[in-house]
Design a protein around this ligand. Structure first.
Ligand SMILES: Cc1ncc(C[n+]2csc(CCOP(=O)(O)OP(=O)(O)O)c2C)c(N)n1
Length: 569
């Protein structure tokens, strides 16, 4: 006879599945035993077994970033959940919709320092949109629905649900479960504003009409609200140059004539100069992070600011705006497009084009046949197709990716921006490939960062993921070495990675086709073919360690005070 009851663990899976979850990433343990037991027969959700919880959470993150769906990660209590804290923080900083489901010791043992007990709800308060400890199975259906809704609406973000062991194994009748699931939830005080205020939009329209040198700064909000098409119409209509934050790359086509590239710390000269001279900044879904503003007191000194964001907490947080508009960018830009006639700013655009011509990105010459990283990136840019998903890790390779690779399509860059989490790239690429089985996924990663989550390589083989892993091996922790060169008189403290493993052998040990490319000839002969193979491939590029990411705004300087504008410091 079929069971007429349902366990907390099964409720969790059933609710997730009804909400549309088809994939989850995780790692088992004693406190999630019951959930894994239910998963054994539950065919509606596919589980991907990472080899470290950090891999599981970044996997869920890459899945979410590349698809817009909610990423789900499951971890056991104690060391299991503390291993996902970095990933939760990473998702929180970049507003990624995630559900972290964690096991907890049974309710009667809470607060007793029981085996593998940790207060994960306490730990993650500042890095989740909200979090829950379940103490009554009857709350479970509502909370799962609520958590899912919260993670993906308004400004998206991670939500954590901590489920004690006894709640997972308690059973209630199926009838009761159905009734509980049907019930609507009420979220007091949570009411994201999607429609911008008409009066403010009118004020913005007037400012735009009277501006002589406007600049749009496009942030990740453009991508999250799916407003790239609206932005394109808007920028073309008012003939306004566009610059992007790092996470905003892809929101406006890199190859568009109005595009200036990235701004800020390693931004283009044209972008940073433009912020200095603009009389109007239209900040769209960006948060004036210090990597963008440099010395905030000297940022955009001549400009009025229109700031559009879905999160009211962002308005006037770092920069005080003249016209604040809280709302969804799609709606707001749509409205602005309706209000505005075509405009021209020829003089301003000419000025910007002069900067673009005068300060292009430089590829240093290598005397012999050896590889400089910029040469590799420039070549990659000619080979990678527009719809390729490009995941990166953190460091110089990440910034060269931002500078040299054209992002012409939305949501094609998957990278840890706000947190800058090393070890993010490989598992995030895995998540992206799982969410997008028909797309090409390429990971660009440093020799330092790949070693932080290298164990996840086995998932490429196990789940047949044809990801191309490109290791930029400069035998050092390049980005820190660069800082030491510029700020610490070349006292290269603990950044040397001469003792690296043999990456080709590592790839082969995971049964992945692997190859080392050390010269321009090697690269020109092999790279294109390797990128086109329909199987996982690991390519190690051996590059000059002395190269720096330039230009660069020294810490706390005004962004127009870049060093290395001509490619040398
Ligand atoms: C978890 C973590 N630890 C330390 C850092 C500081 N950090 C930023 S970049 C970097 C070096 C990265 O080296 P590598 O992966 O080899 O890339 P490269 O800069 O050489 O391209 C370090 C140590 C970080 N961002 N994240």
């Amino acid at each position: 006879m079929e069971s007429k009851t349902i366990s907390g663990a099964k409720i969790l899976l059933e609710c997730l599945s009804r909400l549309g979850v088809t994939d989850m990433f995780g790692y088992p343990g004693g406190s999630v035993l019951k959930i894994y037991d239910e998963l054994y027969d539950f065919k509606k959700i596919k589980h991907y077994l990472a080899r470290h919880e950090q891999g599981a959470i970044h996997g869920a993150d890459g899945y979410a970033r590349s698809s817009g769906k909610v990423g789900v990660c499951l971890a056991t209590s104690g060391p299991g959940v503390t291993n996902i804290v970095t990933g939760i923080m990473t998702a929180h900083m970049d507003s990624v919709p995630l559900l972290a489901i964690t096991g907890q010791v049974q309710t009667t043992l809470l607060g007793t320092d029981s085996f593998q007990e940790t207060d994960i709800v306490g730990i993650t308060i500042p890095i989740t949109k909200t979090n829950y400890l379940i103490t009554d199975i009857r709350d479970l259906p509502r909370i799962i629905k609520e958590a899912y809704y919260l993670s993906k609406t308004g400004r998206p973000g991670p939500v954590l649900i901590d489920i004690p062991k006894d709640i997972q194994s308690t059973e209630i009748s199926i009838d009761e479960f159905e009734k509980l699931f049907e019930k609507d939830f009420i979220l007091e005080g949570y009411d994201p504003i999607y429609k911008g205020h008409a009066g403010q939009i009118k004020r913005a329209t007037e400012l735009i009409k009277s501006s002589k040198s406007p600049l749009i700064i496009s942030g990740a909000g453009i991508l999250k609200s799916g407003a790239s098409d609206e932005l394109l119409i808007f920028a073309e209509k008012i003939n306004c140059p566009v610059t992007c934050t790092f996470l905003g790359l892809g929101g406006f086509p890199s190859n568009h004539k109005l595009m200036l590239g990235m701004l800020g710390l390693h931004g283009t000269v044209a972008s940073n100069y433009a912020t200095k001279q603009a009389d109007l900044i239209i900040a769209a879904g960006m948060r004036f992070d210090e990597r963008v503003t440099g010395n905030i007191k000297e940022f955009c000194p001549n400009a009025k600011i229109i700031h559009i964001d879905i999160d009211p907490a962002e308005i006037d947080k770092n920069i005080v705006s003249n016209v604040p508009i809280v709302g969804d960018l799609n709606n707001v830009l749509n409205k602005l497009n309706d209000n505005l006639q075509s405009l021209t700013h020829e003089e301003w655009i000419d000025k910007i084009n002069t900067w673009k011509r005068e300060y292009p990105l430089i590829i240093p010459e290598s005397n012999d046949n050896s590889l400089v990283p910029q040469y590799v990136f420039n070549k990659l840019n000619t080979l990678l197709k527009d719809d390729t998903l490009i995941a990166t890790d953190v460091g110089q390779h990440q910034m060269w990716t931002a500078q040299f690779i054209n992002f012409n399509k939305p949501n094609t860059l998957i990278s840890s921006g706000g947190a800058g989490t090393m070890g993010f790239g490989l598992p995030a690429a895995i998540g992206a490939q799982i969410a997008n089985p028909n797309k090409n996924v390429v990971l660009i990663v440093g020799d330092g960062s790949i070693q932080m989550t290298i164990q996840e390589l086995i998932l490429l083989r196990e789940y047949n993921l044809p990801i191309k892993i490109l290791i930029i091996n400069n035998s050092c922790l390049g980005m820190v070495r660069q800082l030491q060169e510029v700020f610490n008189e070349k006292r290269y403290s603990q950044v040397d990675l001469t003792y690296n493993p043999d990456f080709v052998k590592i790839g082969e040990a995971y049964d992945i086709k692997s190859m080392k490319l050390s010269t321009k000839e090697d690269l020109n002969e092999n790279l294109e073919n390797l990128l086109n193979l329909n199987e996982p491939v690991l390519i190690e590029f051996v590059v000059d360690k002395n190269q720096n990411v330039l230009p660069m705004v020294p810490s706390n300087y005004s962004v127009d005070k870049m060093i290395g504008k001509k490619g040398v410091i």
